[in-house]
Design a protein around this ligand. Sequence first.
Ligand code: GBH
Length: 459
Amino acid sequence: MSDLPVFPSGFVFGAATASYQIEGAAQEDGRGPSIWDTYCHTPGRVDGGDTGDVACDHYHRYPEDVALLRGLGVDSYRFSIAWPRIQPTGSGPANAKGLDFYSRLVDELLEAGIEPAATLYHWDLPQALEDQGGWRVRETAERFGEYAHIVAEHLADRVPRWITLNEPWCSAFLGYSVGRHAPGAQEGTGALASAHHLLVGHGLAMKALRATGVREAGITLNLDRNVPANDTPADRAATVRADTQHNLVWTEPILAGRYPATEQDTWGELITRQDFRRDGDLDLIAQPLDFLGVNYYRPIVVADAPYREPDPAHRVATDNRYQETAYPDVRRTAMNWPVVPESFTDLLTALKGTYGEALPPIHITENGSAEYDVVDQDGGVHDTDRVAYLHSHLTALCAAMEAGVDVCGYYVWSLLDNFEWALGYAKRFGIVRVDYDTQQRTPKDSYHWYRQLIAAHRG
Ligand code: GBH
């Protein structure tokens, strides 16, 4: 690791998790059901029939997990707050026991000298709100603003960094169009309306956070690095379409206060459908951010494809005139994702190229890899592939910083092996192994590598 430069002083090294993926205690202390409880308990939805009912039992074991973070030496820990613990049905007064859990977690972190970074929404929508329309309806955005206010009023003085939404692309498109995330809907307009209402919810949450005087507030996006399969006009145009649907739909309203301009395509439905828009929405959505959170894992290779008429029962609203193709000749992780660290540099420098001064400082709020870990006879997990992934991506991050991108933090995904959504527990992203039978935690080699890196390279 000696080949990594010393990071600038104040650079934040962190680790990240999310509520439903680690907490368990799904029915405890008044927590209401979320869309992920419903989804997991619907047969056939999640691989292996896995659920987050128990997960890593972090709800009970958080002191042990904070001790692991302290041992790691991180500056900051990114976690998410489960909305249904705070408001079991998504509206009305706060559930004191739910607030108290996060209050205890925050105090534990502060005692360990670790800055809490809280995400308000990492996908666990109260089921009661889904029953009233979910993100398809504007009321959900309004409820989200109220929830943000409750949480921030309670924790603003102790939590310096706040993230409104995690990866709204997943909520809108995997949740309401592809159907691989809760609530598992396969609709066209529902996904587009959801995208808009998530943006409005982000804006309302930003206002609530500002009103309570939090130090830093932003949003986390999963920005894809789309690369054309071949350097041809058709593949380049297909890449623009992919970029529009995955990236520009969020970055244009949030960073530039406008909806994406596209060539005529089915995505134009979002642009032309006005019935879910209100005057002033763009101003709300484009409020200044203290930072932009970026989650990066892999590049996506895009090839041109003919328009396929969607099956009306499984209607995907977005433009489908492109397809993902395989990345040639690189190692793949257990997610089958290609390992291409240069794409991480390119994503960040391109973002800077597009938005220039309008780009706020960046926190990498997630980066990491799922690997086929094995417990060695010596009891250790010698995850050399994960170490290589982290090393090469931190090197790529340094290259982006040297090229002038203002990056102020990096959070490894994830502290713990956890519930990987529709893929269940089979995919392990942790730098700490979790034995799901005993709940025993075992720091992997990557944990020790990251600990040494932080100690040696903190600015
Ligand atoms: C991020 O999502 C999430 O923020 C985090 O919670 C997640 O654990 C991490 O990355 C690793 O995936 O369910 O068949 O559609 C990135 C988007 C969403 C991509 C889940 C992989 C699983 C395939 N990920 N998806 S599927």
